[in-house]
Design a protein around this ligand. Structure first.
Ligand SMILES: NC(=O)c1ccc[n+]([C@@H]2O[C@H](COP(=O)([O-])OP(=O)(O)OC[C@H]3O[C@@H](n4cnc5c(N)ncnc54)[C@H](O)[C@@H]3O)[C@@H](O)[C@H]2O)c1
Length: 252
């Protein structure tokens, strides 16, 4: 006698049109989950969703700017309506800033980087948490950075925003644990994504970063994705409030 099939888990990944977010969405789908692919770039979101469907998975592409609170609310609502609920969310969308010392950084640049990386993550969590609670529990992973744990010279806005994400993660982990919601952060070191490759183009950044990394190379997007997927899985059922470095040993 075979029992009823387990219901398909459902989740969302922001910034899933590229890099770590794309690899995370593809990995969740391969593991059998229905995945909402959220990105500010409509074509990129559609492409990731199409790849998932071509592999036999279930995906929904949603165009959203995470800095826009109302758009985030609508995106989470659409995900829940399409999949019948939310079991996990990976808040990965983010951007880097120009390298400047603090006194050379325009306030507008500081605010732009914080608005997307930190306030955007806050918006996502604000609407995901009630959806997870309605499901009886679940997991959130916020993609911070090793810059959420220590200084990256000349990146004051990015480092402040990523430290803020680690802070949000810890507070939410404590506040929502009684409701069965785990909240963790992944802190990647340099990872060979389209975003990173664009910044590194024409520089010796990749060789330099590899030379100061104990494992001797940069991460692949799939290696960062694997950590996020694990933190959302039942295998991490007793893990909450951590900021997990995926950095080839840099933090050590
Ligand atoms: N690649 C690295 O070396 C590295 C290291 C540490 C942390 N991170 C973090 O990992 C995350 C993903 O980085 P990546 O390297 O894969 O980047 P990427 O540039 O390759 O992809 C980022 C995706 O996010 C989307 N996006 C940007 N702003 C958005 C917004 N306002 N709303 C919705 N979507 C938006 C982009 O369109 C893009 O598809 C970021 O939060 C980044 O800070 C990356």
């Amino acid at each position: 006698m075979s029992g009823a099939a387990a219901p398909r888990r459902a989740g969302l990944v922001t910034g899933a049109g590229s890099g770590i977010g794309r690899a995370t969405a593809l990995r969740f789908a391969r593991d059998g989950a229905a995945v909402a692919v959220l990105d500010i770039d409509a074509d990129a979101a559609a492409e990731t969703a199409e790849s998932i469907r071509e592999d036999g998975g279930e995906a929904l592409a949603v165009t959203v700017d995470i800095a826009d609170e109302r758009a985030v609310a609508a995106a989470v609502e659409r995900t829940v309506a399409s999949f019948g609920g939310l079991d996990f969310a990976v808040n990965n969308a983010g951007l880097a800033s120009h390298h400047r010392r603090l006194d050379e950084m325009a306030p507008e640049e500081f605010e732009r980087v914080v608005r997307v990386n930190l306030t955007g993550t806050f918006h996502c969590m604000r609407y995901e948490l009630p959806a997870l609670r309605a499901r009886g529990g679940g997991a959130i992973v916020n993609v911070a950075s090793n810059g959420g744990l220590y200084a990256i010279p000349t990146a004051p806005a990015y480092v402040a925003a990523k430290h803020g994400i680690v802070g949000l993660t810890k507070v939410a982990a404590v506040d929502y644990a009684p409701q069965g919601i785990r909240v963790n952060a992944v802190c990647p070191g340099p990872t060979r994504t389209p975003g990173f490759e664009a910044v590194a183009a024409g520089t010796d950044m990749i060789a330099m970063q590899a030379s100061i990394t104990p494992l001797g190379r940069l991460a692949t997007p799939e290696e960062a994705a694997a950590a996020a997927v694990w933190l959302c899985s039942d295998d991490a059922s007793y893990v909450t409030g951590i900021a997990l470095s995926v950095d080839g040993g840099r933090r050590a």
